[in-house]
Design a protein around this ligand. Structure first.
Ligand SMILES: Cc1cc2nc3c(=O)[nH]c(=O)nc-3n(C[C@H](O)[C@H](O)[C@H](O)COP(=O)(O)OP(=O)(O)OC[C@H]3O[C@@H](n4cnc5c(N)ncnc54)[C@H](O)[C@@H]3O)c2cc1C
Length: 408
């Protein structure tokens, strides 16, 4: 079977990319190992995604935002960062940013469902689900993807969106810097007595990191707890009543009693940054290119940004009747996405290291960092610009470079 583009992976990045190319004239094969039913009704994976203003606009332009139900969208009005037993912490307020809120919170499975519904309506996208990708080959004359048996897909360009542990990236011989933080993150929806008042918390304690993400209901939040794997295993062995008591205790009863209201989902914390995002007739998008630590809540936001940048380049090439697989085009995408993501990726790795290190020098350093952050206007503005800017939040010359191309 022949197409213009083969995309491997129908997660949020692959689906949004296919949607971004709608109406471009390009025919796309979207290859996914999960069955169609799992794409149409994605399982609740516990993740609540903090959406920036820029991402909200991109989702709106692609029709996804309108497909979210009212109860699936939480308001992220303000954010509070706490260290140890500090009662005041560092507050990032929406009004300082001149916005009615810092961002939104949307469940990952709701984003996946909305993206699937949009893509399902596109005649130019053929979904190949329940697929087992075999060999992939890219060469000057085109791309071949073997699906086992006699079936081979042929195209002009191959795009991999098959997660941070991308098998396609590996098959293409592209290495990645992979950092295993040696910690496990539990995400769990909980109801609690005290209202969350639409404030997200990030709370760095000794031996644990806690976060609270406010959902649509005033008494329901996503609890995010990071622990060393043995401590997490012990916690996950508790029954619901035991887990509720343990979490209320970890939150120092600040939210009153807490009750489990969703599945327990645990993730190993691994950051990944691909050494290259492109090769001959090949590009990486989503977590396959940049797999962020969730601390700064930017994995999907970056995935959305990257797929939009690549789609914009492809559309411009098609409109100009130029080859959409040209090395120059792919290099432009690589440059833009690296500039957009590398600084925050490195800063997140550093912060994640600092805030999960309980040795005394690290604890002193983060107290100092939070204290300085509370006083210094430029620091606060930098953090907030990442959330509320209607672009991707990288100031000055970098932004001009990234946004020098016409919009898709
Ligand atoms: C706990 C947690 C909290 C997070 N919070 C935030 C947040 O607040 N804000 C934010 O922006 N991001 C957040 N993220 C990150 C965000 O969830 C990811 O960046 C995003 O889901 C990545 O999407 P993706 O499509 O690139 O990859 P994935 O979601 O991993 O999807 C990859 C798809 O490819 C398919 N696939 C894999 N291999 C193959 C193959 N060989 N053949 C065919 N198909 C294949 C898979 O089945 C899957 O459907 C969080 C992540 C975690 C773990």
């Amino acid at each position: 079977m022949s197409f213009d583009i083969v995309v491997i992976g129908a997660g949020p990045a692959g689906l949004c990319f296919a949607r971004s190319l709608a109406g471009s004239g390009l025919r796309i094969a979207l290859v996914e190992r999960q069955e169609e039913a799992a794409l149409a009704a994605p399982a609740d994976d516990g993740r609540e995604i903090a959406i920036t203003h820029h991402s909200q606009r991109l989702l709106g332009e692609r029709g996804l935002w309108a497909r979210l139900r009212e109860e699936e969208v939480g308001t992220l009005r303000d954010a509070l960062v706490l260290d140890g037993d500090d009662r005041d912490g560092l507050m990032f307020r929406h009004d300082e940013a001149g916005k009615s809120q810092l961002g939104w919170l949307v469940s990952n499975h709701a984003i996946r469902r909305a993206a699937y519904e949009e893509v399902m309506a596109l005649p130019e996208v053929e979904r190949i689900t329940g697929a087992r990708v075999g060999a992939v080959r890219t060469a000057a004359d085109g791309v071949e993807v073997s699906l086992g048996g006699d079936e081979t897909l042929r195209a002009q360009l191959l795009v991999a969106a098959d997660s941070r542990f991308s098998e396609t990236r590996r098959a293409m011989g592209i290495g990645a810097d992979l950092h295993d933080f040696g910690k496990t993150m539990l995400v769990l929806r909980m109801r609690h007595d005290m209202p969350h008042e639409q404030v997200a918390w990030e709370w760095f304690g000794v031996g644990q990191t806690l976060a609270l993400l406010p959902l649509h209901d005033a008494h329901t939040s996503s609890v995010v707890l990071t622990l060393p794997p043995p401590a997490m295993q012990a916690l996950l062995a508790l029954d619901d009543a035991g887990l509720e008591a343990a979490l209320a205790e970890r939150f120092q009863q600040r939210l009153g009693a807490m009750r489990v209201a969703g599945p327990r989902c645990a993730y190993p914390l691994v950051g990944v940054y691909a050494r290259r995002f492109v090769a001959e007739r090949f590009a990486l998008i989503g977590d396959a290119a940049v797999g962020m630590h969730p601390l700064t809540a930017h994995g999907f936001n970056f995935g959305l940004l990257g797929q939009a940048a690549l789609a914009r380049e492809l559309r411009a090439a098609v409109a100009a009747e130029q080859p959409f697989w040209s090395p120059a085009l792919l290099q432009r995408y690589e440059r833009q996405h690296r500039l957009a993501t590398r600084p925050l990726y490195l800063a997140t790795q550093m912060l994640a290291g600092l805030y999960t290190d309980d040795r005394r020098p690290a604890r002193v350093l983060r107290k100092l960092a939070l204290g300085a952050g509370a006083r210094l206007g430029p620091f606060r503005r930098l953090v907030m610009s990442g959330l509320v800017a209607d672009h991707a939040g990288v100031p000055g010359p970098l932004r001009r470079l990234r946004y020098s191309r016409p919009s898709a």
